[in-house]
Design a binder for this molecule. Structure first.
Ligand code: 13P
Length: 258
């Protein structure tokens, strides 16, 4: 592993702004006594919490960056309920999850929209975290490799010529929130495929994250996979203790491997 690990907490639709402040403060307290120097840490709260969370991070000088879970690809206009990349940028958002499987499946986010959204992030100096991953039918039918390669390629083609770094999160749908983590062999195979696809599009140095039931008891093993550079964490990021434990395990592993 030669890239400094990146650990992202995806809080999904949990916590109002008061709860979010408490959680980020707790994370800050725990980080004081746990190793984290070798990793970059991002928290991605619901939109309405971002301002409060960013204020705590700034005031307490916490070693955290702020992310968002979604953004609209368009600049501005009559799009009721939507939020633009420039608005997030003003809130000091550095990373945005783009095309999370919950957005793709529950909110009709097509591959084209994912690509346009990633491009909008880059234009505004935000790093898109492009989420890809197969469902259980694709996995069982043996088409998972083609599926993920195609999902990623459609975005990478669209980003050609655009400056700025991207992150790819491999999140097999059957492992999200199920407690069923992908095996190291499965993650190794898919992360190699993703690395090769990124390299074909001159983005071979991008971070590749794994997501899907990452917990304190499997993170240390997953982070040793050659092409995995960090995690996108749902459930285990909702508690400061488990999140910081995963951060610190990743930091220790990276420290030893360097
Ligand atoms: P879980 O960690 O709860 O499986 O969620 C993964 C995820 O969707 C992160 O984006």
């Amino acid at each position: 592993m030669n890239r400094r690990p990146l650990i992202i907490a995806n809080w999904k639709m949990h916590f109002d702004f008061v709860e979010a402040i408490h959680l980020v403060q707790q994370i800050g307290v725990l980080l004081r006594s746990k190793s984290h120097d070798n990793v970059d840490i991002v928290v991605a709260p619901p939109f309405v919490d971002i301002r409060s969370v960013a204020s705590v991070i700034e005031a307490d000088r916490l070693p955290l960056a702020v992310g968002a879970q979604h953004v609209n690809a368009l600049e501005s206009g009559a799009y009721t309920g939507e939020v633009s990349a420039s608005m997030l940028r003003r809130l000091m958002v550095k990373f945005v999850l783009v095309g999370h499987s919950e957005r793709r499946t529950l909110f009709s986010m097509t591959g084209d929209i994912v690509a346009e959204t990633a491009a909008a992030c880059l234009r505004h100096g935000i790093t898109p975290v492009v989420c890809v991953g197969e469902n259980s039918d694709e996995r069982e039918g043996g088409t998972h490799r083609e599926f993920v390669e195609q999902q990623l390629t459609e975005t990478l083609r669209f980003l050609e010529g655009l400056a700025g770094s991207i992150v790819v999160a491999y999140e097999p749908l059957w492992a999200i929130g199920t407690g069923k983590v992908a095996s190291t062999g499965e993650v190794d195979e898919m992360s190699k495929l993703i690395r090769a696809t990124l390299a074909q599009h001159q983005r071979g140095e991008s971070h590749i994250l794994y997501g899907g039931s990452v917990k304190t008891d499997n993170a240390a093993e997953l982070i040793t996979i050659a092409d995995i550079d960090g995690f996108l964490i749902g459930g285990a990021s909702l508690k400061a203790e488990s999140f910081v434990e995963i951060v610190s395990q990743s930091s220790d592993c990276y420290g030893k491997k360097r």
